[in-house]
Design a protein around this ligand. Structure first.
Ligand SMILES: [Zn+2]
Length: 259
């Protein structure tokens, strides 16, 4: 979600021991149910999203975007923390790093939380598993496109970037991501970013309960979710916004008065 400082980036890149770089040619197999049950399916979906964006750049004769996407490598990192989700770097190479811990948590969160479709009339998935996979895909799409957006717009920030510039950069990248989702006809119910934020919130709430400590992060996340929800217009996103935060707070038995 964040673009880290030059120093941290270099340090991180040099200390990443287990990096899984999948072949760019690997394609997701939508029909294989065995495939769907594995983490590889989620990772393949990130490649699929990148491929679709690349194809879109080719079709629209957007040479600049085409070149940037061709240059950018997706890196799935076992070292990147869950809460970091993902980040984009463009130093020696253009890279998008996605946290494997996050992808695992997201998968578990969706499977645990969505044991029935959000709205009865808007699930064309044949099975609950396919429905859950669809939700996970939306989050993976959002993350992948967002980080590729940092590259496409050349918007990066680090420890020397004045903090006041950061929210505007993120807004620009957010708008670009929404536009690309529309162009690529992906995540039409605008669930991806919300699901990402909610799964990080779920993790933070679980941590907070374990430590019995107040975290400002929870409030910040809630603010981000509220901001996204103000813009939400799809029925499914509205249902998510109206119910999920309350469900999570109740699950972790937290009230605003606790801190
Ligand atoms: Zn960003």
């Amino acid at each position: 979600m964040n673009t880290k400082s030059a120093f941290i980036r270099t340090l991180l890149v040099s200390t990443v021991i287990t990096i899984i770089v999948f072949s760019q040619h690997v394609k997701a197999n939508n029909t294989g149910t065995v495939m769907e049950t594995t983490l590889e399916y989620q990772l393949n979906y990130a490649y699929q999203t990148k491929s679709r964006l690349h194809e879109y750049a080719r079709e629209t004769l957007n040479q600049a975007l085409y070149d940037v996407i061709a240059e950018t490598t997706l890196v799935f990192s076992d070292e990147l923390s869950l809460d970091s989700v993902a980040f984009a770097i463009a130093e020696e190479r253009r890279e998008v790093h996605i946290s494997m811990a996050f992808v695992r948590y997201l998968t578990a969160f969706v499977e645990r939380t969505f044991d029935e479709p959000l709205t009865y009339y808007n699930s064309n998935a044949e099975t609950l598993h396919a429905y859950q996979q669809d939700l996970i895909n939306h989050a993976i799409t959002d993350i992948t496109l967002h980080e590729l957006g940092h590259h496409a717009l050349d918007l990066f920030y680090g420890q020397y970037t004045p903090p006041r510039f950061v929210p505007d950069m993120e807004k620009q990248v957010g708008r670009w991501t929404t536009r690309m989702k529309n162009n690529l006809e992906l995540d039409e119910n605008e669930l991806g970013r919300l699901l990402t934020l909610f799964s990080v919130l779920d993790h933070k709430l679980a941590e907070r309960k374990a430590n019995n400590a107040m975290t400002r992060t929870v409030k910040n996340l809630q603010n981000k979710i509220d901001y996204e929800c103000l813009d939400a217009f799809s029925e499914q996103a509205k249902v998510l916004c109206e119910n999920l935060a309350d469900t999570l707070y109740a699950e972790y038995a937290l009230t605003d008065g606790n801190d």
